[in-house]
Design a protein around this ligand. Structure first.
Ligand code: URA
Length: 426
């Protein structure tokens, strides 16, 4: 109660108080209602830099930590705060690994309108997210890139606290979000980290200022923990690339690995790879070359096969598709990320509760993206699902989420100049 009262009354928490409360909560000594009160006090009154770093360290220390320092390779990783059509990890991990750097990527599943990397990869026949720490180490050593599920013993305090925040209105707190994300990345044992902090309607952070604050807070936590960390703020006002949904996004990531793919996905993949390779001691490495010459693709195939997947297997396709067509000539001037994310979720690509299944083939293809010209009758978007009953609700989510304006309307086509808005740290 002293700790709750201290934060309620705007006082700093001491290191001892933070260590004790996180440890006691993990052991079940601090009750859920007490931790809920403390989370609300933190939500309202904040944590300063030293408190946030200590809070993060306490959550790291609540469980086991992985250590790859004896692997004989530099380690680096990327974390995205989540967006719509964000399939970047899929191509980025094998791309960076193709330079001899180890990428120990512990990923999650999707919840709500943002997808999860593990759900996407599970659309590949045979691929498994469940690796023991020994298996993970073996794949890292042999292949360089590994993407798998975090064990329950990794930052267990965060697991409990996140579930509690979710039902107590305390998720949207910068120190709590930053410490939650960073505790998992620090425990994962990478020695450097690049953060992709999304900004816009489809992202956690809706404004540039909020995203910058979150990025700066995470970079500071990384520095305080001895983890070389940088961040990019990137646009999430519209979907990334031309696909949303699990198997559809895998298909697009493979296009990028084959040297093609949408310009924004390629730009972000290459930029994040440069950041990661620089942090891993290879500032002169050229990721674009590895996409063009097939070495990133070789690395992808080895990574998928090492986790039981068949990189040559056909990806699942949906039994039902529905086209949305343009009713006039003009330009696509708007495609709102949140509307498209919710529509894809309703088609079956995402889940509402942690235990729900997802459809591998559900999602949306976007043959036209913002800034491109369209003709009346042309397909703008194709909705995919295995359950036709889901179409109406998905179409309702798209209502008002996009706009075609005639070329003479004076409304600019607004093609995206760069998906990268700002770089922080380093
Ligand atoms: N993602 C996390 O892992 N934690 C948060 O608090 C928010 C998003």
């Amino acid at each position: 109660m002293d700790i709750i009262a201290a934060k309620r009354d705007h006082r700093r928490l001491t290191d001892t108080q933070i260590d004790w409360v996180i440890d006691a909560y993990t052991r079940g000594v601090v009750a859920e209602e007490q931790m809920a009160a403390l989370a609300m006090a933190v939500y309202l009154n904040g944590l300063d830099r030293a408190e946030t770093s200590r809070w993060t360290a306490a959550m790291v220390n609540s469980g086991t930590t992985l250590d790859f320092s004896d692997l004989g390779k530099a380690t680096t990783d990327k974390h995205s705060t989540g967006g719509v059509g964000d399939k970047i990890t899929l191509a980025l991990t094998p791309l960076v690994a193709s330079f001899g750097v180890a990428v120990p990527q512990l990923s999650g599943r999707g919840l709500g309108h943002t997808g999860g990397t593990l759900d996407k990869l599970e659309s590949i026949s045979g691929w498994s997210a469940q690796l023991t720490p020994a298996q993970m180490r073996a794949v890292l050593y042999r292949v360089g890139g590994v993407i798998c599920a975090a064990g329950a013993d990794l930052a267990p305090a965060d697991r409990r606290l996140y579930a509690l925040r979710d039902v107590t209105g305390t998720v949207e707190s910068v120190p709590l979000i930053a410490s939650s994300i960073m505790s998992k990345k620090i425990a994962e044992g990478t020695s450097s980290l690049v953060l992709d902090v999304k900004v816009g309607s489809g992202a956690f952070m809706k404004t540039r200022e909020d995203a910058r604050l979150l990025a700066e807070t995470m970079v500071a936590i990384g520095q305080d923990a001895g983890l070389r960390t940088t961040a990019l703020l990137t646009d999430m006002t519209r979907p990334l690339g031309r696909t949303i949904g699990n198997a559809l996004e895998v298909r697009e990531a493979v296009e990028v690995l084959a040297g093609g793919g949408p310009a924004d996905v390629v730009e972000l993949t290459v930029a994040l790879a440069r950041e990661m390779l620089t942090l891993a001691g290879l500032p002169d490495a050229d990721p674009a070359t590895a996409l063009a010459d097939g070495s990133a693709m070789d690395s992808w195939r080895a990574m998928i096969a090492a986790q039981g997947g068949d990189p040559d297997a056909a990806l699942p396709t949906a039994s039902c598709t529905h086209d949305v067509v343009a009713d006039r000539d003009g330009y696509l001037v708007r495609a709102d990320a949140l509307g498209f994310g919710v529509a894809s979720w309703r088609l079956g690509a995402g889940r509402a509760r942690k235990e729900d299944p997802v459809q591998a083939a559900a999602g949306i293809e976007l043959p036209v993206v913002v800034g491109e010209p369209v003709r009346a009758g042309q397909t703008l978007f194709t909705l995919h699902t295995d359950e036709p009953a889901r179409l109406d609700r998905a179409l309702a989510a798209l209502d008002g989420a996009w706009k075609v304006a005639p070329g003479d309307s004076g409304e600019p086509p607004a093609a995206r100049e760069s998906v990268i808005l700002e770089r922080i740290g380093g």
